[in-house]
Design a protein around this ligand. Structure first.
Ligand SMILES: Nc1nc2c(ncn2[C@@H]2O[C@H](COP(=O)(O)OP(=O)(O)OP(=O)(O)O)[C@@H](O)[C@H]2O)c(=O)[nH]1
Ligand SMILES: [Mg+2]
Length: 315
């Protein structure tokens, strides 16, 4: 499928700083980027890029140093239907502050663009682990306030929600990379031919969640389960950020399922019917969109659920 024919399906995904690089690398090591209807970018200090190139771990196709950011023409973001920024909030300079600057520019451009399709920006950001120290946490909370002004909506992950058990620091970050990459997959893969079971459009993702700049979105991630309903309930039980809301009482939902290849479609329908009867019937009719994509894990479902944090009356 060509980008020029289906611009509404083409996303740009921008990793900033170390967290952005590690998460996009994780994503791109599992999914071939050119099959994904998304273009991947990585911005960082020149020294960090050099380091990543030297140890041969870089899988992201478009790499720019921050020094180049001022001079390159970022037309690829401007032509895409949306941009997803991925960064850690605790960084002193690169990740969060580059997101704020670049995000503002792109979001402003999208708002004033005369494209026939709506363009939106999303920031997927993470609060640091407690073991990274109090100072980094404080920086992250400050950065979050700025990031909210720089993107149409913001998904916050609190890495402290990840069970650490006896993990080493390295293993903790690897787990964080997998989790963040999985959340990215649950947005991007349902857009891609060959992966999707229930196809969505970028707008299907954006519409239930957004109505103004800086809208916060809470994400719940479920355990892999053989039973699709149990998998969905576990996602509703497991928000990755304490937004002070009950995910079961949200006014809008985007539910993305990773479905094992051998699971019959009737099982997917059974879960959808269950959700609609239980959470979207009677007086409460939340705006709900389902997406499902094929997973390599046989026989299991894994649901990721997105809900808006603040009430929104104009959808
Ligand atoms: N997922 C993931 N997050 C990471 C990793 N390393 C660091 N982070 C997170 O990223 C944030 C800051 O990382 P840094 O590398 O210090 O920051 P940066 O964004 O590159 O910015 P600088 O301080 O300018 O280097 C923290 O919030 C960490 O929790 C990683 O390997 N994986
Ligand atoms: Mg860095």
């Amino acid at each position: 499928m060509s980008k020029s024919i289906f611009p509404e399906r083409w996303l740009s995904v921008v990793g900033l700083g170390r967290m952005g690089r590690e998460v996009l690398n994780e994503f791109c090591s599992e999914i071939v980027p050119r099959e994904s209807e998304a273009e991947f970018f990585y911005f960082d200090k020149a020294s960090e890029i050099e380091y990543a190139r030297e140890n041969g771990s870089l899988r992201i196709s478009n790499v720019y140093s921050l020094e180049e950011l001022d001079i390159i023409e970022i037309s690829q973001f401007k032509e895409a239907v949306g941009t997803i920024f991925v960064a850690g909030l605790g960084g002193f300079k690169t990740g969060a502050s580059a997101l704020v600057n670049l995000g503002k520019e792109i979001t402003y451009y999208y708002k004033n663009s005369s494209k026939i399709y709506a363009q939106n920006s999303l920031a997927l950001v993470a609060l640091p682990f407690d073991f990274e120290g109090k100072k980094m946490k404080e920086k992250a909370m400050e950065a979050l306030e700025e990031v909210k002004k720089s993107a149409d909506f913001v998904i916050v992950l609190d890495y402290n929600k990840i069970p650490l058990e006896e993990l080493t620091v390295r293993e903790a970050f690897e787990r964080a990379n997998k989790l963040t990459s999985r959340i990215l997959k649950s947005i991007i893969l349902p857009l891609i031919p060959g992966w999707q079971m229930i196809c969505i459009d970028w707008l299907d993702f954006v519409v239930p969640l957004k109505c103004s700049t800086g809208r916060k979105v809470c994400v719940g991630v479920g355990e892999p389960e053989e039973d699709g309903i149990e998998a969905l309930e576990s996602a509703l039980d497991n928000p990755m950020y304490d937004a002070g809301i009950d995910m079961r009482k949200a006014e809008a939902y985007f539910l993305s399922g990773a479905v094992g290849e051998d699971i019959p479609f009737s099982e997917v329908e059974r879960v959808i019917n269950y959700f609609m009867e239980r959470y979207a019937s009677g007086e409460r009719e939340p705006f709900s969109i389902f997406a499902a994509y094929l997973n390599n894990e046989p026989n299991t479902f894994e649901w990721t659920v997105f809900v808006p944090v603040e009430p929104c009356y104009d959808i």
